[in-house]
Structures are given as structure tokens and as C-alpha cells.
Ligand binder design. Structure first.
Ligand code: NAP
Length: 327
């Protein structure tokens, strides 16, 4: 099956409407993740969501090198990790990803998080990077200058943000020479972020939805007792029954029909296949889409506690929920 592609406004380029996630660094061996990418390419996936911090770009690069899929059919995203902010570091980091992935260019390069606050792999929820600090426009624009330089050098086709808020983008956008074309953010039926999605659309940005199935196997540090499980939600389950599909497919159809590019992760061929098919056939009805609006529960799963700085009140400080950037 050929993957559906979406036009990128203002360009002649298109992006595959579904991608494959590869965040396995804490719980999936790099080789296992790379073999899943190989399976995904055989199924028809053409959009792979990578990141340097996922610690598997060399293994995925080996799979891409062996693949017979033409480079111009593929869409490869990577992201600069939080320990490589600043113009020179961004450029060096992108070059490392390019070398690891065995590519001449990336289709999309994202600033993974809008602050230079990192955490080591396998850390627990209390872990804090000693030099963590709140968002700074000056620091972010220095990082963004590196992103723009990569486009100018032809190493990256499109650039974007991830985990950005409206308040931060309102500060950043007027200073960009090249505006971000994409924002990658957490999106699933119990966490629809519809106001932020509308704002991004008005600003001409496309939206990539991460953890589109509610990330059931996310690291323990990202789990709390009150988190909801999208795939168990009674409305999602009922609609899945009507379509005779797994609830995962309903989460992906919901994303696709709301103009979100979902990037589900799977290491299993049957799940990769049914996730891919979900957006290509048997769409939800208008009534079902209306019903799914009721599933929204402000159920943020990736709260980001490990990115907090000393003196921060709590994880809400990362997300500017009241429109004010915490300092
Ligand atoms: N930009 C960011 O900061 C950021 C943050 C988080 C994630 N991401 C990206 O988004 C991607 C996806 O998010 P995610 O990995 O957190 O979670 P997700 O895609 O919501 O969920 C993945 C989990 O769902 C299971 N699964 C997949 N298909 C299924 C199906 N059809 N039926 C039942 N279970 C199924 C998978 O297990 P099996 O392997 O057993 O199928 C896997 O453990 C990541 O891999 C990463 O690329 C980006």
C-alpha cells in the first residue's frame, strides 16, 4: 500500500501522513528498533521519527543504507538533544545524526525541547540536570540560528520545534528568518490540545502528534497514578468495536482526520501493519468524530519533570498553561 502524503503549504514538498516512532532508548534495544524500521519500510511507512537521544540512529542508518526505497520517497526526521543547544552545537549535532543515519540531508530537524535541560538515559523522575534553567528567548534564538544555518547549507530541508507552547512561539516567531514549519507535540484522544493545534494551524505550522496511542510502555518516570489509558476509554473501545479494529486504530484515525501526523511506535509487525492501515481506510464518521471530542480529559502523559530547574514549582511550569512563561 502506498502511503498517503500531505502537501506542505508554500512548498512543492509533501510529507507522509503517518510516521513511525523510534523512541526506544530506555526500553527497546537499538537493534530491535532498527529491525522494526526495516519491517515498517516493507509495509509502506516512509516517515521515520528519529532523534539523537534515542541512541539508535546508527542502527537505523544501517537499515536505511540497505533499503531499496528511493531517498526522495523517504521522510526522515531527527532532533537536536537538550545538551547540544547553541548555534555551533546544533550544527555539529545535526552532522552527527546525518553521519549516523547515513544521509546527505534530513527532511526535518527539530529542537527536541525548548530549553537546554537534559537528563541521562534511564534516570528516574527525581533526576534534574544541574544546569537546568527556564526558557530564555536569547538562548533559544541562538539555537534557532543553528537550525537556520543547516537549511542554508542544504543539510536540512525543513526545521521545526517540539514541545513548544503558544506563549513561547509568540516570542520566538517574530525573530525567525526561517519560521518553524512543524511542531511535534503530545496528542491523543484524551489529550487533544485543540487550542494549541488551532493556533499552530493559523500560524501555518503543521502538527506532528507524538505518543498517539497514549504511550502504554513509556518509561516509569513518565507514569502517575491518575494517568488515563486512551485505548481503554469506553468511547474509543465502542467505536473500535463498530469498525472491528483495535482501539489503537481509532486513536490514529482520530489524529489523521484532525490533520495531525501521528508517529506511533511499534516493534511488532501486526501492530505496524494495522497502524499503517488505520489512516488509509475506513474513516470515522462525523458523528464518531464528535463523540471523540468528549474523550478529551487534559491527560498529559509526558509531563517532563526531569527537565525542571531548581526553584520550579512543578511540571506545569514547562507548559505555560496560563499563557505565562515560568521563570
Ligand atoms: N518529541 C518528543 O519529545 C517526543 C516525546 C515522546 C515520543 N516521541 C515520538 O513519538 C513516538 C511515539 O510515541 P510513544 O512511543 O511514546 O508511544 P505510542 O506510539 O503512543 O505507543 C507505543 C506503544 O504502543 C504499542 N502499540 C503500538 N501499536 C499498537 C497496536 N496497534 N495495538 C496495541 N498496542 C500497540 C507499542 O507496543 P508494541 O511494540 O508491542 O506494538 C508501544 O509500546 C516515539 O516513539 C517518538 O518517536 C517524541
Amino acid at each position: 500500500m502506498h502511503t498517503k502524503r500531505l502537501p506542505i503549504a508554500g512548498t512543492t514538498a509533501t510529507i507522509p501522513a503517518i510516521g513511525m516512532g523510534t523512541f526506544g532508548s530506555d526500553h527497546i534495544e537499538a537493534e530491535v528498533m532498527a529491525q522494526a524500521v526495516k519491517t515498517a519500510l516493507a509495509i509502506g511507512y516512509r516517515n521515520i521519527d528519529c532523534a539523537q537521544v534515542y541512541s539508535n540512529e546508527p542502527q537505523i542508518g544501517a537499515v536505511l543504507k540497505e533499503s531499496t526505497v528511493a531517498r526522495d520517497e523517504l521522510w526522515i526526521t531527527s532532533k537536536v538533544w537538550n545538551d547540544s543547544h547553541g548555534k555551533a552545537n546544533v550544527i555539529a549535532s545535526a552532522k552527527e545524526s546525518l553521519m549516523d543515519l547515513g544521509l546527505d540531508y534530513l527532511d526535518l530537524y527539530l529542537v527536541h525541547w525548548p530549553f537546554p535541560n537534559y537528563h541521562p538515559p534511564h534516570c528516574d523522575v527525581e533526576s534534574r540536570s544541574p544546569d537546568a534553567r527556564p526558557f530564555s528567548l536569547d538562548e533559544f534564538m541562538d539555537t534557532w540560528a543553528g537550525m537556520e544555518a543547516l537549511v542554508a547549507e542544504g543539510l536540512v530541508r525543513h526545521i521545526g520545534t517540539s514541545n513548544m507552547t503558544r506563549a513561547k512561539l509568540e516570542l520566538v516567531l517574530p525573530h525567525c528568518t526561517i519560521r518553524p514549519r512543524f511542531n511535534e507535540m503530545e496528542l491523543h484522544p484524551t489529550f487533544q490540545q485543540s487550542q494549541l493545534v488551532s493556533y499552530l494551524t493559523r500560524e501555518g505550522m503543521m502538527v506532528i502528534g507524538y505518543s498517539p496511542l497514549g504511550s502504554p510502555n513509556r518509561p516509569e518516570r513518565d507514569k502517575t497514578e491518575t494517568d488515563l489509558v486512551d485505548m481503554d476509554h469506553p468511547i474509543v473501545v465502542e467505536i473500535a468495536r463498530a469498525h472491528q479494529v483495535h482501539p489503537a486504530s481509532i486513536c490514529l484515525k482520530w489524529a489523521h482526520q484532525n490533520n495531525i501526523i501521528p508517529i506511533p511506535l511499534s516493534t511488532k509487525e501486526h501492530n505496524l501493519r494495522s497502524n499503517f492501515e488505520a489512516i488509509h481506510c475506513d474513516p470515522l464518521t462525523d458523528e464518531e468524530l464528535t463523540l471523540l471530542k468528549e474523550v478529551e480529559s487534559n491527560n498529559r502523559l509526558i509531563k517532563g519533570q526531569v527537565f525542571l530547574w531548581e526553584g520550579a514549582a512543578g511540571w506545569q511550569d514547562l507548559w505555560d498553561e496560563d499563557g505565562i512563561i515560568a521563570r
